[in-house]
Each structure stands twice: as structure tokens, then as C-alpha cells.
Design a protein around this ligand. Sequence first.
Ligand code: ZN
Length: 141
Amino acid sequence: MHDLYQELIIDHGTHPRRFGPLPEHTHHERGHNPLCGDDLTLYLKVEDGVIEKVRFEGSGCAISMASASLMAERLEGLSVDEAKKLFEKVHSLLSGTPVEGLGKIEALSGVCKYPMRVKCATLSWHALMGALEQSSEATEK
Ligand code: ZN
């Protein structure tokens, strides 16, 4: 793995950004990867189709925490449609297809060489898709 990428993963894995609860969330989804023991819950605050805030809680390996941290940083300010497109790009990246324009998230590109770790890296992204498929909790009430 590229040294800089490795440093980013270790940094975000040990000091995840956007980590913590989000009481005012409109969407949430838990992701669990029993193969590794990664278990996280993603919280989103979506307003007028824009992801305004992202937080996550839980525990897991450095790859799963780094992926969730990099994702959370990137998502804030994106529209729901943009977030879904981003998911597709990250999915390609983790399947071994080079994708440009992902910024720091490209640090995850080396993970595709380790099939066991791909599930760690995709966990938060699948939680994101699951959360976005739900209707807003705020409007259900
Ligand atoms: Zn893991």
C-alpha cells in the first residue's frame, strides 16, 4: 500500500472524524460485519435532499473506522443523489477499478487486494445506502 494512503488509514482509523452521536438525525442504519467484528451505526441529518450532518458510533478495525471516517467527512454538504453516485464510485474502487476524483477516499484503494478487508471498508457505505433508502424518521413521526 502507498505510504501516504497507509498513513491516512491509520490516522483516520485511530482518530475517526465525525465520530459520536447525532441526536437530531433523520436517518440511521447499523452495519455489522461478523467476519471481523466491526459494528457501527451511522447517523444522517438530511434536509431538503442534502446531507447536512453525518456522525457514526461503534467499534471495529482500523479499515472499517477509517472508511467510515473518510466517508463521513466527504458526505457533509452532498445531495442524496451525489451520495449515491459516490457509493457507486467507491464500490468500483474497492472492486479494483481505478477511480479518479475521490480525494482522500482513494486511500482505501489498496484494500481491494485483501478480500477479507473489503467487507470492512464497504460496511459504512452499505449502512449509508441502507439509511438513505429509509424514509425520513422525522416525517414518519
Ligand atoms: Zn474490519
